[in-house]
Design a protein around this ligand. Structure first.
Ligand SMILES: [Fe+2]
Ligand SMILES: [Fe+2]
Length: 287
């Protein structure tokens, strides 16, 4: 596990970066989440690190690297999102509501609740990585480099650090076999379901607002195409994402047992020092 620093220029990003504009719209809505949730993850994981025993040296170090990775995710998504928000200023109130929700959780709720929320969020990572690397090729054909590189790098790192919140939650609130399959398990599942519905409702609201703006300018033919495109996005989630999330509900769930998505490790290496940042073609010369 290591911190990587992608060099991606987002200055020319447009919301319709994929041929299926509704797919891009759906991911643009999701992209607003890391701007708010990843600083929250860092805050909560710092608190959790302090609660871990001094002897948990390796896990404490893993939390530090996790936080550095999440910091980079926030930075990249926020740069991307600034461009998207120029096209949809009407999403800002929804974003601020998410920010306020997370601030309220961090201030008013227990560390156990917040850590279960973090782990619930993190358990979305491996299925999302699999979706990007193994099931999205058709939708990514002809898509712009910036959005694809940002998402695939991010989801690959989510896969890479998938165990950190899980292990921390287990160490603090689900110790031993009884904790793992008893109340600790139930609370972890509660955290996951809470996140699933909280962020699901948020993402849908942002996406609907973006779609309403796009569709207000469409002809009847374009509107029919838009509805057709959105069905492809929903089908992908129903067939590939939801079934992949079911194991999270099991008392025997352990993200460590997951195998990396196809091509992920090689792709991630391209974001290391002197890497090509996932570009298929060389970057245009400056000036
Ligand atoms: Fe992240
Ligand atoms: Fe993460």
């Amino acid at each position: 596990m290591q911190v990587r620093f992608p060099r991606i220029d987002y200055s020319r990003v447009r919301p319709d970066w994929a041929p299926n504009r509704e797919f891009a719209c759906d991911r643009n809505a999701s992209s607003t989440i890391p701007t708010y949730i990843e600083p929250y993850l860092i805050k909560i994981m710092n608190r959790a690190k302090e609660a871990l025993p001094e002897s948990a040296i390796e896990l404490r170090q893993a939390v530090e690297t996790f936080n550095l990775q999440e910091g980079q995710h926030t930075r990249q998504h926020s740069a991307f999102n600034r461009r998207i928000r120029e096209f949809y200023p009407e999403i800002l109130p929804l974003e601020l509501k998410l920010k306020a929700d997370l601030e309220r959780f961090a201030e008013a709720r227990s560390l156990r609740f917040n850590l279960a929320y973090c782990e619930g969020f993190e358990s979305l990572g491996p299925p999302a990585a699999k979706l990007w690397f193994e099931h999205s090729d058709a939708l990514l054909e002809g898509a712009d480099y910036e959005a694809v590189a940002m998402w695939k790098w991010h989801m690959a790192e989510e896969f890479e650090h998938r165990e950190v919140c899980y292990r921390t939650f287990k160490a603090l609130y689900a110790k031993g076999l009884l904790g793992r399959i008893g109340f600790g398990w139930l609370y972890r599942v509660y955290g996951f379901l809470f996140v699933f519905f909280h962020l699901g409702a948020y993402t849908k609201a942002v996406r609907d607002r973006m779609l309403a703006s796009d569709r207000s300018r469409m002809t009847p033919e374009e509107l029919a195409q838009s509805r057709h495109n959105l069905q492809a996005v929903s089908r992908l989630a129903l067939r590939r994402l939801l079934p992949a999330l079911l194991p999270v509900l099991s008392p025997f769930y352990d993200p460590a047992n997951k195998r990396p998505p196809r091509g992920m490790d090689a792709y991630l290496a391209r974001f290391e020092k002197a890497g090509d940042m996932g570009r298929d073609t060389p970057a245009p010369a400056a000036g």
